[in-house]
Design a protein around this ligand. Structure first.
Ligand SMILES: Nc1ncnc2c1ncn2[C@@H]1O[C@H](COP(=O)(O)OP(=O)(O)OP(=O)(O)O)[C@@H](O)[C@H]1O
Ligand SMILES: [Mg+2]
Length: 259
């Protein structure tokens, strides 16, 4: 088996006397979608905040492509190729798709900070990067506010990848969306997966969604790993009980498999 792109060893986090995470071993591989599952308070967000440099672990180590890393800031994690898409997405609905795509990393000509923006080039890149993951926005100068929630998620994902994310962390990307848009986001995730060079960590409360798209699973409860395995390894076991959505599954499975 290939080396994990991200691996944690014995990761623990205490908030004062409270142990939020206790000895977490996680292995995440490129070209895979890895579902991180667990009930409220299990420690999912704490774990990804450590992976994205927001919190520092109390003990334990993060390895990126085999090398130990200690992220002091989100910038450190980002430089190591870890891109996190939070639920609020940090998009400005009044600004254009292109300006949101580049946000703070605009292409300019002439000396900074007064360089002229290379708008046409940025529009082209935005358009092309969005098409790559399945959304053909005819006019990248349209305001983000005109896009659907699913398209905005896709914009945030395309942006993270374009700016170098090798590991994409998606915290509840489908939870605020309606049914149809949820499917859009799941499709986007499958297209990213199909590239083969990026790992996705998918946090969700929706077992149906996790089963539809994920290759590998880690279950957390009260700060500990209570189960893990690939789709095949877990097939027919307890998770089937967790997923009471069998009917919805059958329909969606076909659509996802078509990609
Ligand atoms: N900054 C903090 N200070 C103190 N306790 C915290 C802090 N952040 C999280 N916790 C506690 O750690 C535990 C795990 O929280 P966490 O947010 O990681 O859970 P989660 O799995 O993301 O839950 P949810 O599904 O509700 O998002 C909870 O008991 C929470 O109250
Ligand atoms: Mg959370």
């Amino acid at each position: 088996m290939a080396e994990p792109i991200i691996r944690t060893e014995g990761l623990s986090k205490k908030f004062g006397p409270f142990t939020a995470l206790n000895g977490i071993d996680l292995e995440v591989y490129k070209g895979e979608i890895h579902a991180l599952l667990g009930d409220n308070g299990a420690g999912k967000s704490t774990l990804i905040k450590i992976l994205s440099g927001v919190h520092q672990p109390t003990s334990g180590t993060i390895y990126v492509e085999g090398q130990p890393h200690a992220f002091k800031t989100p910038r450190d994690a980002s430089q190591a190729g870890i891109g996190t898409v939070y639920q609020d997405l940090a998009v400005n609905p009044l600004m254009s798709v292109t300006r949101n795509f580049f946000m703070g990393r605009e292409l300019t000509k002439g000396p900074a900070p007064f360089g002229l923006l290379r708008m046409e080039e940025m529009d082209q890149i935005t358009h092309d990067e969005m098409v790559k993951i399945g959304i053909d926005i005819s006019d990248p100068r349209q305001a983000v506010g005109t896009m659907s929630g699913g398209q905005r998620q896709t914009l945030a994902i395309a942006r993270a990848i374009y700016f170098g994310a090798k590991v994409l962390i998606l915290d509840e990307p489908t939870s605020a969306l309606g049914q149809k848009q949820q499917l859009e986001v799941l499709k986007t995730m499958r297209r990213v997966r199909a590239r083969g060079d990026i790992a996705i960590i998918f946090i969700t409360h929706n077992e149906v969604h996790s089963m539809l798209v994920s290759d590998r699973f880690t279950f957390l409860a009260l700060g500990e790993v209570i189960g893990k395995g690939t789709h095949e390894e877990l097939h027919g076991t307890d998770i089937r009980h967790l997923m009471a959505g069998g009917v919805e599954m059958a329909d969606l499975e076909q659509e996802i498999a078509a990609i």
